[in-house]
Write a protein that binds this ligand. Structure first.
Ligand code: SF4
Ligand code: SF4
Length: 174
């Protein structure tokens, strides 16, 4: 296996993410438009629903993206992220736990702060479909997650253990 630096792997992750977006584009056309949503962000802030778990490499990519935000916003987001871990007990769950939370990366009036730069794969895949048959097949996400797992192994030399997004971020900066 050819090892990679974290920086090189994040560049590859960006390409994987873009390819995934392209593969989903045809399906998204059949989903409800976020531009006309009457509850924008409900999909990101519903603490009973959001259960995005990410790998170590994705956490690194998100943290780089956050580091480029305006200083005040950057501090707010990181504070919110630490608070989310405590509030939802994300550091106490086991692998089978629900691990749901209100996502700290959602900024009212602005939306997902990493939408263009480091959006996690399940978030890219999510859209509000009225008909079940319009949903993209699950294998598209599974296949792409496998590619990201492989990148994680090439950087950190062990299996990527996904964690709830806020926990994965705070563990990287403790
Ligand atoms: S994914 Fe659904 S709930 Fe979220 S903003 Fe788009 S339409 Fe609204
Ligand atoms: S990462 Fe972005 S899209 Fe995903 S739940 Fe958080 S705010 Fe929403």
């Amino acid at each position: 296996m050819k090892w990679l630096s974290e920086t090189a792997a994040i560049a590859k992750l960006t390409s994987i993410r873009e390819r995934f977006r392209e593969r989903l584009a045809g399906f998204e056309a059949r989903a409800k438009s976020c531009a006309t949503c009457t509850s924008p962000g409900a999909c990101c802030t519903d603490a009973h629903f959001v259960n995005v778990w990410i790998s170590r490499l994705e956490a690194a990519s998100i943290l780089r993206s956050i580091s480029e935000l305006e200083p005040v916003l950057k501090n707010d987001v990181m504070e919110r992220t630490f608070r989310t871990v405590t509030e939802y007990g994300l550091d106490e769950i086991d692998d089978e736990g629900p691990g749901t939370y209100s996502c700290p990366l959602f900024e009212p009036g602005r939306g997902c702060l990493v939408h263009h730069t480091a959006k996690p794969l399940p978030c890219i895949a999510h859209a509000c479909y009225e008909q079940r048959e319009d949903l993209p097949p699950e294998y598209l996400l599974t296949e792409t997650e496998r590619e990201v797992d492989s990148l994680n192994r090439r950087v950190y030399r062990d299996d990527a253990i996904p964690k709830p997004l806020p926990l994965a971020l705070t563990e990287r900066i403790r």
